[in-house]
Write a protein that binds this ligand. Sequence first.
Ligand code: SF4
Length: 323
Amino acid sequence: IQGLEKTGYDEVSLTSLSTTDHSCIRDVLGRLNRRLEDTGIRVSIPSQRLDSFGVDMAESVAGEKKGGLTFAPEAGSQRMRDIINKNVTEEDLDRAAKAAFEAGWNRMKLYFMMGLPGERDEDIVAIANLADHVLELGRSVVPKARRGSISVSISVSVFIPKAATAFQWCPQLDYDDVKRRQKLLITSVRNRAVRVHYHDAETSLIEAALSRAGRDMTPVILDAWRAGSRFDAWVEHFSLDNWKEAAAKNGIDLNELVHLPYELDWRLPWEHVSPGCTRGFLEREYRRSLEGVTTPDCTRTSCTGCGICPTLHAKNVLMGDRA
Ligand code: SF4
């Protein structure tokens, strides 16, 4: 409370990979809401779980003030959701969206990624179709007087390969293809009440370069900073030329760094740092994803052998609760 008073912020956001998966989230939100009652400060959760629990939690946060609600299906087609092991179906999204519209939300935001490994044009069209479908669903379940207020916006980022994930060997989609697929997305959305936002292809390229590089990127970062690069996530401050020049000066080919796949038997630049899970597990997950085979969530079923618990001497205490 003191921190909030000193900064003047009017929102507390509980940010994590999956906030509503916290085993005590109901209690935490209840206590936070009581503590912040009558202060004008609101609590927010970045995106909701795609089930009725997610909508329940959103409701406990929003109370009467129902602005927008965010879900992250990540991919438009079931084939792509299986490749990224999202473990949610269109029925899950339908149920959660219906519950949210019925509970009083009019604005829904959906997060997706494009350029995921194995993606085809039809998967981009599926994102547009899903957004149109959610809009129609909203209009069909709310009273007639609210139908005109229903809106859906989609935010589509470009896939960035991340260290210590099953896709750490994958390249980023070619820059021209990102542009082409962004255009395909826009032209595939049929309903004008669906707004489309997508991430800038140029900043995504630098994000991927930073994500895939090793120590040799350090002088590049320093030189880009010396050339004036600051707050690069804000498009108006971003200069691709600064980064290109800094990379060239240090002998790094950005296109090669971002767009060439890493071989499975290469030692990767970050492998001196242990993320807990084993390389064997990541390789297995990568191969399974290429075949579209999903792996269950170990907090809901049983251990799938990622290696984190033995490496970090941890115990999966959620497993029993939720299985
Ligand atoms: S139970 Fe532990 S070791 Fe098993 S998959 Fe889950 S996090 Fe990994």
